[in-house]
Design a protein around this ligand. Structure first.
Ligand SMILES: [Zn+2]
Ligand SMILES: [Zn+2]
Length: 238
């Protein structure tokens, strides 16, 4: 009976695909058929540092304070829309399904890691107050829940507000986040292997600055997991 009601309600109130907004008549699905076959997955040979496909990697130019970064998607098309909705339009219900894709990437790339805990890129307290939630924390909570690796909140604090990173050059991005994070005084992370979760990896500047703080507190290894990674323009390409 529950199945019949479920099927009937799916016709009357179809679930919307979180990537394109299209109606779906099967409640168990994460995405519609069209998106399922066309999502911008990161696949093939992946750079072990930035998590992009080899053809998209631009790693050589910057020193990044983390060991590895991984993401299930490129920040494009429906994925971009979905993450924007999660981040700026209070669609917090997208966190768990996005987290499910991140979990797949986690299982693929981090199955041999022994993480001591999971933490996430913080918002400035004023921004957290305005938004009411930290989307990266929601993603980290999902990963923690499924992997049973403990989540530690408030490990990193954002002490200065930053301007929006979109529309700025890579150099500006690194300058923009320099010195804006700190860890709690006296925090000892000696020998720890930490999973750092974020929503979008762009130049890696934010992850790197957070990673630097974790290393300064003694961390031994920092690996990153984001919902999506941007494709950067390479020299010689437009
Ligand atoms: Zn769709
Ligand atoms: Zn790379």
């Amino acid at each position: 009976m529950a199945d019949v009601i479920d099927a009937a309600s799916a016709v009357v109130w179809p679930k919307r695909c979180m990537f394109c907004g299209g109606a779906m008549f099967e409640n168990s699905r994460l995405t519609c058929d069209r998106c399922r076959d066309s999502l911008p997955f990161v696949n093939g040979k992946v750079c072990s540092k930035c998590g992009r496909g080899k053809s998209e990697c631009t790693c050589s130019s910057a020193t990044l304070y983390y060991d590895k970064a991984v993401a299930p998607f490129y920040f494009e098309t429906g994925v971009k829309k979905c993450i924007h909705a999660l981040k700026f339009r209070s669609h917090t219900e997208f966190a768990d399904p996005l987290g499910e894709y991140m979990l797949k990437a986690f299982n693929e790339h981090y199955n041999e890691e022994a993480f001591d805990f999971i933490t996430y890129v913080p918002l400035h307290p004023d921004d957290l107050k305005l938004r009411g939630y930290n989307q990266s924390r929601l993603l980290a909570e999902y990963i923690s829940d499924k992997t049973k690796i403990p989540l530690k909140a408030n490990i990193i604090n954002k002490i200065y507000r930053t301007q929006k990173q979109s529309g700025t050059s890579p150099m500006e991005r690194f300058g923009n986040v320099f010195g804006v994070f700190e860890t709690a005084k006296g925090l000892d992370l000696s020998g720890m292997n930490i999973l750092l979760v974020d929503d979008i990896e762009t130049t890696g500047s934010t992850l790197s600055e957070c990673g630097k703080m974790l290393f300064l507190a003694g961390a031994q290894r920092v690996c990153c997991l984001s919902a999506a990674v941007t494709k950067l323009k390479k020299k010689g390409r437009n």
